[in-house]
Design a binder for this molecule. Sequence first.
Ligand code: NDP
Length: 462
Amino acid sequence: MPDFYDATTHAGLQRYFDSGATRSFEWRREQLRGLDAFLHEREAAIAEAVHADLGKPVAETWLTETGYLCTEIRYALRNLRRWMRPKRVGVPLHYQFARAFVEREPVGVALIIGAWNYPLQLCLAPLIGALAGGNCALLKPSELAPATSALLASELGRYVDPQAIRIVEGDGELSARLLEHRFDHIFFTGSRRTGQAVMQAAARHLTPVTLELGGKCPVIVTEQADLRVAARRIVWAKFLNAGQTCVSPDYLLVHHAVEERLLALMKEALATFYGPDPKLSPHYGRIVDERNFHRVKALQHEGSLVTGGGAELSSCCIEPTIVRNVPADSDLMSEEVFGPVLPVRAFSSFDEVAGLVASMPDPLALYLFSRDRSERRELMRRIRSGTVCCNDLLFQASIPGLPFGGRGMSGMGRYHGKAGFDTFTSERSVLCRSGFPDPDLRYPPYTACRFGLLKRIVTFFS
Ligand code: NDP
């Protein structure tokens, strides 16, 4: 696979798409099966590469990368024929004889820019949608996960059609240069700031974009929550991949009556998951690079420490850290944490909760822990977000039938399952009429009598 991308390579992808080779059901099915084979046959190499990039435990890589992707592929393969089928639409009587339907056309050549925190998933999950949609695609993995990027670049072409799928390796500058080309769709995962640059570049060619951005995702625990379950699940979700997950709970709002108990249970869960010294635990991930290490470390000492607080530069490890009494205007509460530090604030009313969340950009995910359905409904009604998960975390992103994406500052567009297919196809309305009948009524000259009759017919049958 080439490690460069120029006008000739771009034209090659465009020509291949124009040849129609990628449109058939069989081609799409072959590509999805190829991707599945890549994930199965190279599972060990993938786990090794992701571990080299992020210190991710093998089980986590399977759960959040390979296993997750295989489920998405199986779902796409099961449903592809149905998704591709044109949908018939009713035609009013006065337009008969006619057939109307909506079909989904491949968009063409898509650019997929992935982020490093789930280096395989964030490149290949959009690719599943692109392949199911019958497209060519150019993939640009993140340079911050070099081992996974290299594996994709060297191996993927053996499993999927290399004329349709290309991978380029390089840094953000390379991505910026890629954006000078005209693509038919740009699918970007990353930070808000880069997302804005991507959208600006796309505007030059009027290219549609999907932006999967980050944001501050609140987890809210009410008095009615099962505290033991909440504690275990919050700790697991927050410290998975060392907190470097876009849908990770960014801050915790807990009813003051249950704050002490919840924090005690969370400390207990932490000790059970990662032992007395998480730095030594093979089940705990690492911070991706020194820049992020220093950024997150600076956040560790805002508010008062509940647990954690340690950090070790040589292993890029930041201990799972929980802090409380964090001021609303602190860095920890205003920026996306994207690391293993969890700020906690106690609340006494839902007004307070809704006001605090509304003062920040719309979150990608909202997490609610309460056994009381009316409480959950009220919070869902009052707080906007891209996705919601009640009494658990993260798994809303693992259900292929649930579209995934943000709103407002946390992004635009959706993928996963059918939503991915829809993103990489464009809806085309088609009307096919017969030559008969062909009454004079619609044609000039429009006499008063003809026009009156035309109006009556159209109004009657509409
Ligand atoms: P960045 O925005 O820095 O990078 C994302 C991707 O864009 C990388 O491939 C990067 O390349 C590339 N890139 C960098 N500069 C440019 C540019 N000028 N033009 C085009 N592409 C560019 O994101 P982060 O690395 O900071 O990733 C973390 C962010 O991503 C967090 O905010 C997180 O919440 C969000 N995210 C969102 C997800 C979602 O599904 N909504 C999922 C995962 C993360 P390179 O890395 O090689 O420099």
